[in-house]
Design a protein around this ligand. Structure first.
Ligand code: ZN
Ligand code: ZN
Length: 354
């Protein structure tokens, strides 16, 4: 009777069903399951957290959890097993390998990272509330995370209007008081419009801790126009990070890299001290290695980000770290190896240099 499962049960006494459901969701997201397939577990966790623990126990015993809206057969089984003090079988199956990083290589870089500068919540097109994203980041050992939901023009991603962004800033301020010393830095992934302007009110961009600027539309424009467009965005004093610069997609139907003159764009990044993002999303891995090397030779800084749209995706940093190390990027060139305080210091200082 002393198998791992029994040992764990004895030790834990009971398993929190909400934790079990969230852990399952995290592990599914981490292993690239699309957010909608994971939603059942996150919804069930929410339903259970709204119930009296006594009712959860009673329904688990009576087999009536599935009568509740948002709980299906699979999620009910997880709750029933947890209530019995067992490690749910589905969770046990997913745990295998969960202690290994998602990619080999880049361990030194990963160990040096203290936060993530590009993440999304359900305020735009992410799948989870800010709090759940932040709690997951904290559990991964980050000391900060920058919340960078989309800007208004990206309507497909439910981009935030100026009013909604102001509202989000208040909520983040409240969460920061509660979660200190962990820091949520305020931010945005602002669209680089066709003419290179940024898609958010000037005063609001100035209030944010960090601005990631990315191209999401008209990715096929001619090289000269795209080069001007990107350089104008990089030269904007509010821009701190240039997001996924080629826009390529590696999965599904895929998408080729945008055409632009990388020597000129990276020279602008160096001149205006804007970090070139190494985007860790497996379907992006953007920029490709040859451009990471070119940006490094040019003297640019980098930001290794997950662009997470769900808590489990926050654990994708090793994909970017492995590529950064392959391209011989040193941790001191990467802005998120800094503490939150030093990162903010750099942002304040670079504003004065340009
Ligand atoms: Zn983006
Ligand atoms: Zn993004």
């Amino acid at each position: 009777m002393f198998d791992r499962r029994a040992g764990r049960c004895v030790k834990m006494g009971s398993v929190d069903p909400i934790e079990a459901l969230r852990r399952i969701a995290f592990l599914l997201e981490r292993s690239h399951e699309p957010t909608y397939r994971v939603r059942a577990f996150r919804t069930a966790a929410e339903v259970v957290s709204g119930l009296d623990p006594e009712e959860v126990r009673r329904r688990a015993g009576a087999g009536s959890l599935t009568e509740l809206r948002g709980i299906g057969a699979k999620t009910a089984t997880v709750v029933e097993e947890a209530v019995r003090g067992e490690l749910p079988a589905y969770l046990q199956k997913l745990q295998g390998g969960a202690d290994r990083p998602v990619a080999a290589g880049g361990e030194r870089m990963r160990a040096a990272l203290q936060g993530d500068c590009h993440t999304h919540s359900d305020w735009s097109d992410g799948g989870s509330p800010i709090r759940e994203m932040v709690e997951a980041a904290r559990e991964l050992g980050h000391s900060y995370v920058v919340l960078t939901d989309h800007s208004p023009r990206l309507t497909v991603a439910n981009g935030l209007t100026a009013d909604r962004l102001r509202e989000q800033l208040d909520i983040v301020a409240g969460l920061n008081e509660e979660l200190a010393p962990f820091r949520i830095l305020t931010g945005i992934e602002v669209d680089i419009l066709e003419d290179g302007a940024l898609d958010q009110a000037e005063d609001l961009l100035g209030r944010l801790d960090l601005v990631v600027a990315s191209v999401h539309s008209k990715l096929r424009m001619d090289s000269e126009s795209m080069t001007r467009r990107m350089i104008r965005a990089v030269a904007n004093p509010h821009t701190d990070v240039l997001g996924h610069c080629t826009g390529r997609l590696l999965s599904g139907r895929g998408r080729p890299e945008s055409a632009f003159e990388p020597e000129l764009v990276f020279e602008a990044c160096r001149r205006f001290d804007v970090a070139v993002e190494i985007n860790s999303r497996p379907e992006r891995l953007d920029p490709p290695r040859r451009l990471i090397r070119l940006a490094a030779e040019t003297g640019c800084r980098f930001s290794i980000d997950t662009d997470a749209h769900a808590p489990g995706q926050l654990d994708w940093l090793p994909y970017g770290c492995a590529r950064a190390e392959e391209c011989e990027i040193e941790p001191d060139r990467v802005i998120n190896t800094a503490s939150a305080e030093d990162l903010l210091g750099w942002i304040g200082q670079r504003g004065q240099n340009t």
